[in-house]
Design a protein around this ligand. Structure first.
Ligand SMILES: Cc1cc2nc3c(=O)[nH]c(=O)nc-3n(C[C@H](O)[C@H](O)[C@H](O)COP(=O)(O)OP(=O)(O)OC[C@H]3O[C@@H](n4cnc5c(N)ncnc54)[C@H](O)[C@@H]3O)c2cc1C
Length: 417
């Protein structure tokens, strides 16, 4: 079933009786060439690109809950390519290009909106750092513009420019950044993978990883054993637990990240805006809600729910930057479990077990990575060699110390990235 304007029109005129389910609900087969553990954004994109780019369709995605029920359906939907360090820079640049063609590629409306991302700076040092980052972005072929305080005021007049502690010194403007509808991205990739023959198996938790003589042979699940020649682990906040099933200990800590949405308001925030002196970022959804978030909880946890101290911390940052937000009522808050790596950059690599591949460490920035990560992970699994833009995301950088990509410059403390 292809979507088009004509299809919407004819369905609307004929009682909407012709729509079909977006994907099948197959029972697991006893054996696949490739099993992907985790039906989040990254797992579904991996399956899609395995089928589309490499013609590999004897593939299953095993999801313990429902597709899109994890972080891919819980994030604040910000998409950008404004990284400064080699390794991250080329990867996110590639990912943003895939975002720009995604709706055509998937024939699915993911509501991609390149409304621009504005990072605010509040000191001379921060402005210098933004200038360096902007230059790195431009060298990579992406867009970046350093704005003066007056140019910022023109774009976002509602900010508190004269805040005594955090005056606004300018901002880094990234016009190709923006937002997309998070669960539509999961659904689009799921539909595309299913159409190409991939089995998407929900309510199927992986409880064991089978190996023989240093090679993966399959997985144990709540729906029985499944043999596989290759297995990809891409389970975000559960990475440590699932890798533990194969006897591996990862350099990953799991932390909760919360987000918030207000009641629907008339359009008032046209871009994505981030506060440089507190961890706070905001955009307005198409329904009118102000969607915002901030720091993650500073202790490790698997509880996918928020708590009051962090809510207070984030709201304080919001009020400091844009006092007008105090008039809006918060409707909901929620949490997701983040896979925090020691340098804040991800891992897409082989493991010490033949045929077992790992994709994790996305911290709180893995939504924008969905297409790039799926593309690169599929390349690695299919061809057993790294895809160039993701070639630096090696697991062994944490044991050798070579190739660390500490984008935030905060050192090896998971919760500071
Ligand atoms: C509040 C919040 C705000 C965020 N904001 C942004 C943002 O604005 N921009 C951005 O780029 N990123 C953001 N992120 C981060 C981003 O959402 C994640 O990095 C990304 O979604 C993680 O990858 P995923 O989609 O594959 O994860 P998930 O959707 O969590 O997928 C992992 C899947 O694995 C499944 N699984 C786990 N264990 C097993 C098992 N044993 N067997 C089978 N399946 C299993 C889970 O059920 C889950 O569905 C945010 C995250 C949160 C929580």
């Amino acid at each position: 079933m292809r979507f088009s304007g004509l299809k919407v029109l004819t369905q609307g005129l004929t009682g909407n009786r012709g729509w079909r389910p977006h994907w099948r609900d197959p029972a697991p087969k006893p054996e696949y060439d490739i099993v992907i553990i985790g039906g989040g954004g990254h797992g579904l994109a991996t399956a899609f690109y395995l089928a589309k780019e490499h013609g590999l369709t004897n593939v299953a995605v095993l999801e313990k809950g429902y597709l899109g029920g994890g972080n891919v359906g819980r994030n604040t939907t910000i998409v950008r390519a404004n990284y400064g360090l080699p390794g991250n820079s080329e990867f996110y640049s590639h990912s943003l290009k895939l975002w720009e063609g995604m709706e055509q590629e998937l024939n699915f409306n993911t509501m991609m909106s390149q409304r621009g991302v504005l990072n605010l700076c509040h000191s001379d040092g921060q402005r210098d750092a933004f200038a360096r980052r902007g230059n790195a972005m431009r060298n990579q072929g992406d867009d970046a513009e350093l704005l003066t305080p007056d140019q910022v005021r023109e774009k976002v007049p509602y900010l508190d420019f004269d805040n005594g502690r955090f005056p606004i010194y300018g901002g880094l403007w990234h016009s190709r950044g923006g937002t997309a509808r998070h669960d539509a991205v999961a659904w689009g990739y799921a539909r595309g993978a299913d159409q190409r023959g991939v089995d998407l198996i929900q309510n199927c938790e992986v409880t064991g990883i089978d190996t023989e003589a240093g090679r993966v042979t399959g997985v144990q699940t709540t729906r029985g054993a499944i043999r596989a020649k290759k297995v990809g682990v891409v389970v975000a906040g559960r990475s440590g637990q699932v890798a533990g099933l194969a006897g591996m200990r990862l350099p990953i800590e799991s932390h909760v990240l919360q987000a918030f949405v207000t009641e629907g308001l008339k359009p008032c925030i046209d871009h994505v805006v981030t506060f440089g002196m507190g961890h706070f970022y905001i955009s307005q959804s198409d329904k009118g809600g102000l969607v915002f978030g901030g720091d993650l909880d500073f202790y490790a946890s698997y509880a996918a729910r928020g708590n009051l101290p962090m809510q207070e911390h984030v709201m304080e940052a919001a009020m400091t930057l844009m006092p007008m937000i105090g008039k809006a009522r918060v409707l909901r808050s929620w949490g997701g479990i983040m896979d925090m790596s020691p340098d804040g950059s991800p891992i897409i690599d082989r493991t010490g077990i033949d045929g077992l591949y790992l994709n994790c460490g996305w911290c709180y920035g893995g939504f924008k990575a969905v297409p790039g990560s799926g593309f690169s992970f599929a390349h690695l699994i299919a061809q057993d060699r790294h895809h160039d833009p993701a070639a630096r995301f090696r697991l062994d950088r944490f044991s050798t110390g070579r190739g660390i990509m500490d984008e935030e410059g905060t050192g090896a403390q998971h919760n500071l990235h």
